[in-house]
Each structure stands twice: as structure tokens, then as C-alpha cells.
Design a protein around this ligand. Structure first.
Ligand code: ZN
Length: 66
């Protein structure tokens, strides 16, 4: 499910957004601003350190809980 994390640049609120279409633009649920930054999704099954080791051993047969 394409749920992405965003951070509002105006009120600094973190929120998640279910993106149904590729051209869907999320609005901050707090201040309704479109000035938001997409954050890297935190995969709950990655076991941490995902952003640092992207590509190193990804899909090479280790773990793979999902
Ligand atoms: Zn906001």
C-alpha cells in the first residue's frame, strides 16, 4: 500500500498520506498547506539502517520478512 510520510514545511507537522494516484498532491491536515516534503518511507520490516545501506545486500537473500 503506497503510504508515504510527509512533513509540512509550514507547521512542521508529520503526517502520512495514502497516495492513490501518481499525480496526487498531499495537503497538510493541519494547515492545509501544499508546501510539504516527502520523507523516505520507513519500512517496518527492514530492521533499521535502511537508509544507510540501500543497495548493499538488498534482495540478496538476507531476512526478507516482507
Ligand atoms: Zn501544516
Amino acid at each position: 500500500m503506497p503510504v508515504y510520510e510527509y512533513k509540512c514545511n509550514k507547521c512542521k507537522a508529520d503526517f502520512t498520506y495514502l497516495k492513490l494516484r501518481a499525480d496526487d498532491e498531499p495537503l497538510c491536515p493541519g494547515c492545509k498547506s501544499a508546501d510539504v516534503t516527502k520523507k523516505m518511507s520507513s519500512f517496518s520490516c527492514s530492521g533499521g539502517g535502511f537508509s544507510g545501506g540501500f543497495g548493499s545486500g538488498f534482495g540478496s537473500g538476507h531476512g526478507g520478512g516482507c
